[in-house]
Design a protein around this ligand. Structure first.
Ligand SMILES: [Fe+2]
Length: 276
């Protein structure tokens, strides 16, 4: 019998607003969250955990976190939270007191074990700033966690991706000290992925000997535009999420999954073989 599979769904950049308001006067982020929840609840096999890699709400208000909490009550899979640059640490903590892993320290870093996998979340948010940073104490904590069980496959997660992607207005609000993070990560080859959000697009890069992956937004996407001085625009392209599949003999694979219902599925084959 094959060893157990672990599935981690990663959703990102929910940007929930309160009182039915639209983000940027255009985007119904609450409806988008309900759609991804329906998609996740319907998955077979069901993910073991859902991690939400920041920008949970849009302006960090207590009302927004209450709206978020009400919506997440419909998710039938245990979920784990971390902040992004649109979040407010204290308001997040206050709204989710039962999430004990959020309730200590100045920055919201946590460690979790899911079957044979380790999740390590680093809080890259900086109050009132769009860019990200992880301080010396956080990096030391990360190093210690990783040194503890060098054989334990690990997903390191932080809202801000540790690389430049070529979309200029997003690159102006980057993780400000990716080299310091790289120095730690490269010492620990059990890091299977460094996972982020922030870019509202699916983007991958090699980073510190591992693979850095950015989840798309679950509502609006950042417009794909690599031109110099490209305007800071968003689009309502199909949203998605990442599904990280770990199987001990096969390793980690990351799937980009669409949210919502689409025509199909239809079979490739019938009684005569491949359908012509
Ligand atoms: Fe965002």
């Amino acid at each position: 019998m094959s060893e157990a599979m672990t599935l981690i769904a990663q959703i990102s950049d929910l940007h929930i607003k309160a009182h039915g308001r639209l983000s940027y006067k255009k985007v119904d982020t609450q409806a988008a969250l309900l759609r991804v929840i329906a998609t996740l609840n319907a998955m077979q096999p069901r993910p073991d955990k859902v991690v939400i890699t920041g920008d949970l709400v849009d302006f960090g208000t207590p009302e927004e976190y209450q709206t978020l909490k009400q919506a997440l009550a419909g998710l039938h899979i245990p979920f784990l939270l971390m902040p992004g640059n649109h979040d407010d640490r204290q308001a997040l903590r206050d709204a989710f007191p039962e999430h004990h892993y959020l309730q200590h320290g100045e920055t919201l870093n946590w460690q979790m074990r899911v079957n044979g996998l380790q999740l390590l979340a680093l809080d890259s948010s900086v109050p009132q700033k769009p860019w990200g940073y992880v301080d010396e104490a956080q990096l030391q904590w990360l190093d210690e966690q990783l040194a503890r069980e060098p054989q334990l496959p690990t997903l390191v997660m932080l809202h801000h991706p540790p690389f430049i992607c070529g979309i200029e207005h997003m690159d102006q609000q980057p993780l400000r000290n990716p080299a310091a993070l790289a120095e730690i990560i490269q010492k620990h080859p059990q890091v299977e992925r460094v996972l982020s959000g922030h870019l509202h697009r699916s983007v991958q890069a090699r980073f510190a000997g591992t693979l850095a992956c950015v989840a798309p937004g679950v509502s609006h996407q950042v417009a794909f535009d690599l031109a110099e001085n490209a305007p800071a625009n968003f689009v309502l392209e199909p949203p998605g999420f990442l599904l990280h599949r770990w199987q001990p003999q096969q390793g980690m694979t990351t799937h980009l999954c669409a949210i919502g219902n689409y025509p199909g599925p239809w079979p490739f084959y019938d009684a005569n073989g491949l359908i012509d």
